[in-house]
Unconditional design. Structure first.
Length: 425
């Protein structure tokens, strides 16, 4: 299905405050409305265009635009805390902003001309999706999507899957091959440009409403400020890899909070019990109280880990800015590497906590919890889908290598077909 999208917004959004209490008060009513319709949207498989539009109009996409460029300048920690709350309301809506928030943070390391150009658009309400991963056929470290030079400027051609957020956005950032070698660069193009085809064909059993489908680019024109280079293991690449994963962890923490919310509500309103129990209402039964308490503890722990990880990323950005936005891998401050290390730790623990909270939800009530009308299974399906973005075993191995041998984690910068064993030798 090809989706027609409105032209990018041009009206400048009002500047928001930067502190968490004020931003929470600003967005909480919108989060509540989003939560009210989350189950119905899931059952109907209705993409949350209206809900995302409400957030965009309220300035959600501008949170990380710096004060120096007219934005709120909210910290990563503050943005992450709000993102957890949004994920509790609807993990699909929070997840699709991963692309936009990641792009905005990547601008920190771009030349001033590029920063100014894109910050102006974002403050005017524009949002940016993501189209990085190819479904198969590209060797690890390479891409089949290319940018070619032409008499009228560069042109983008290729097909991407997992294009999270693109169907909702005004622009999308596309990873493309570097001419004549391994590595990648990025091309940012309008989603309504000639040659862009967006398909809502994501077939995962969870996170069904994130717009994570196929996008095809057929000779799409790329503007000068839309072609962005990337230096592997630079402060730019390292921070972005960590930040993109932090957003997934925030979504998982929000899902754990949703499981806690639903568990407490189900138990509080339940009248039926079992003769094999104590014969008292579930809300007074100590075993059921314990089960809900364990869910709550997992949700609390997941959120606490995510908040601490966000603080480490804030420290990394501060160090990179103090160092003059270093462009080479050799100049990357240790605080930026600490960001990736923190995220690697969190990626081993937070998915297990969120999945545990979602699974334990079914220990608090009887068979009625499996009713499709209740949709409680969506918490586990959504958490599992987010968790599989990055195999936990690989993250745990990287952390072990770091603590044993001092080897820095590589982050997630490339996905592709593995080389055969003979080729490796």
């Amino acid at each position: 299905m090809t989706t027609s999208l409105p032209a990018p917004a041009t009206a400048r959004r009002p500047t928001l405050p930067s502190d968490y209490p004020s931003l929470h008060a600003h967005f909480a009513p919108i989060f509540e409305r989003i939560a009210e319709g989350a189950l119905e949207r899931e059952r109907e498989r209705r993409l949350p265009f209206e809900e995302i539009r409400a957030l965009d109009e309220a300035g959600w996409g501008t949170l990380r635009v710096p004060h120096s460029h007219g934005g709120p300048g909210a910290s990563i920690e503050t943005t992450t805390r709000l993102l957890v709350e949004l994920a509790e309301a609807d993990s699909n809506v929070a997840h699709q902003y991963r692309s936009h928030l990641g792009f905005v943070d990547s601008l920190i390391f771009q030349p001033e001309r590029v920063r100014t150009r894109w910050y102006e658009r974002i403050l005017a309400g524009a949002t940016v999706g993501n189209a990085s991963t190819e479904k198969g056929g590209n060797r690890l470290g390479t891409l089949q999507t290319v940018v070619t030079a032409g008499p009228d400027g560069p042109r983008l051609t290729g097909t991407k899957f997992y294009s999270t957020g693109t169907i909702f956005a005004d622009y999308t950032r596309v990873s493309a091959a570097v001419d004549g070698g391994d590595g990648r660069r990025f091309a940012v193009v309008a989603t309504d440009a000639d040659g862009v085809e967006i398909r809502d064909d994501w077939d995962g059993f969870g996170q069904k409403l994130t717009g994570t489908g196929t996008t095809v680019f057929s000779g799409v024109a790329v503007e000068e400020d839309g072609l962005l280079d990337r230096v592997p293991r630079s402060a730019d690449a390292t921070h972005e890899a960590a930040y993109f994963q932090l957003i997934l962890l925030a979504v998982l923490a929000g899902i754990a909070r949703a499981a806690r919310r639903d568990a407490a509500a189900l138990v509080a309103g339940r009248a039926r019990t079992f003769n094999t129990g104590l014969g008292m209402p579930f809300r007074e039964d100590p075993l059921i109280q314990e089960a809900v308490g364990r869910i709550a503890a997992k949700a609390y722990s997941a959120e606490a880990i995510v908040a601490q990880t966000a603080r480490v990323l804030d420290e990394g950005v501060a160090a990179a800015l103090a160092a003059g936005r270093p462009a080479s891998a050799e100049e990357t401050p240790r605080e930026v590497h600490a960001s990736e290390i923190a995220v690697e730790h969190a990626q081993v623990t937070v998915p297990e906590l969120a999945l545990g909270a979602a699974q334990d939800l079914f220990l608090t009530v009887g068979a009625s919890a499996t009713s499709v009308a209740k949709g409680l299974d969506r918490h586990w399906r959504n958490a599992q889908t987010v968790a599989t973005h990055n195999p936990i075993a690989f993250r745990a191995r990287a952390i072990g290598d770091y603590w044993i041998n001092g080897v820095l984690p590589e982050g997630l910068n490339a996905i592709g077909d593995a080389r055969a064993a003979k080729e490796k030798r």
